[in-house]
Write a protein that binds this ligand. Structure first.
Ligand code: SF4
Length: 381
């Protein structure tokens, strides 16, 4: 029997989990299931926070970035997607021209953004060579900017259409200036569920292979998980397990980003959204389970600023970037943030209000500025 977080634990399984967390040991799938099933959110959160503080203290990371979404026209038909439009649905569809995209990049002249995040629908006519040339032009305008671009789903389609292996395709994009991959498109890896909610796009094996290939080529990436729809806890654990295994092999993931299912204007609108309690528990279990991921991110445009602040006490150490109203993916799905934009000072204030220390980072977690430097001396990013 040990006393922890103002409570006395007698359950041998919970005691075992606590001992493992304190010893810095990995928990197994059955233990993650116990945590997911726990009704004691405070306990699970405190456990996750122990790990968060051991890894990062009170430091909370953000970056200055903007998004480019070249198109929302998509050849696929994911049931949870509120964003995509088919080629024939011209009214609500957009296709930015190369000129418009480059003008957008130029509009940030003199503004100290460090990253451009490029994702969108899988357009049948915007191919790998088009995007490679676009990235080259972006880098000519802004040579120092980090280009994080294209989900594995977009990349798989581009490579297949161009009749290139993943390695050949990624090499071309890298040579033209692409630096890393975002984590989108992972959804939920379980084959049966995936076939229901995202049956026609790249499968789990292909998603993982794309990221493994990128890591091999020296392109780091992130990983996501879409939760809170028709999956059960064991599906989330299976998803995280596959990511954890790949991370053991390559070490190429920077951040794990759980993404909440939103139900507005999509083919799964009858599926209710999960509560904030569930969001926080999911962050906490993710932090405990994904022991080889350095960072856990709450994507504030998706969950809203208030939940993002709360998440910082449930294992999260990163709340993404300033974004500057440049993404529509979650606002179209009904998230709290309809025009997601935060200035750097607003982000800093949001983090401080949660009792944490803001640290501006670049994409690869190099510290740009530690806003708590007067209070604490060193950042362990
Ligand atoms: S989730 Fe992505 S791949 Fe699926 S329909 Fe939407 S834009 Fe297309």
């Amino acid at each position: 029997m040990i006393s922890l977080y103002n409570k006395t634990l007698t359950d041998p399984l919970l005691l075992q989990i606590v001992e493992k967390v304190h010893a810095g040991e990995r928990i197994q799938s059955a233990e993650a299931e116990v945590l997911f099933e726990s009704k004691d959110l405070g306990f699970v959160g405190a456990l996750a926070n122990t790990i968060r503080e051991r890894m990062h203290g009170k430091f909370t990371f953000f970056n200055r970035n903007f998004h480019i979404e070249p198109t929302n026209i998509c050849v696929y038909d994911c049931k949870f997607c509120s964003y995509s439009r088919l080629l024939k649905e011209k009214q609500e569809a957009w296709e930015l021209s190369e000129h418009e995209i480059l003008e957008k990049v130029r509009s940030y002249d003199g503004i100290p953004v460090t990253e451009v995040h490029i994702v969108g629908g899988v357009h049948p006519k915007m191919g790998l060579h088009y995007f490679a040339s676009l990235i080259k032009k972006i880098k000519e305008i802004r040579p120092e900017i980090h280009v994080k671009a294209f989900t594995a789903v977009e990349l798989e389609y581009m490579c297949r259409k161009a009749k290139l292996s993943y390695e050949e395709g990624l090499r071309i994009l890298k040579e033209h200036g692409q630096d890393s991959l975002p984590g989108g498109g992972a959804e939920i890896f379980d084959e049966e569920l995936r076939s229901v909610i995202a049956g026609d796009k790249c499968n789990a094996t292909e998603w993982l292979q794309m990221h493994e290939t990128a890591h091999k080529l020296g392109m780091p990436s992130n990983a996501t998980m879409l939760y809170g729809h028709i999956e059960k806890y064991h599906h989330r654990i299976d998803h995280m397990e596959r990511l954890r295994k790949l991370q053991d092999k390559t070490g190429g993931f920077n951040t794990f980003i759980p993404l909440k299912f939103r139900n507005k204007d999509n083919q799964m609108s009858d599926v209710p959204e999960v509560s904030v309690i569930e969001d926080l528990k999911n962050y906490a279990v993710s932090r405990i389970y994904m022991d080889n991921f350095a960072h856990l991110k709450a994507y504030w445009p998706m969950i809203g600023r208030n939940t993002a602040q709360l998440s910082l006490s449930f294992g999260v150490d990163d709340i993404d970037g300033t974004i500057d109203d440049s993404t529509k993916i979650y606002s179209m799905a009904g998230s709290e943030e309809q025009n997601p934009s935060l200035s750097t000072s607003e982000l800093v204030e949001l983090i401080r209000q949660a009792g944490k220390i803001p640290v501006e980072r670049d994409t690869l977690y190099k510290v740009i500025r530690n806003y708590g430097i007067a209070e604490e001396t060193e950042v362990t990013a």
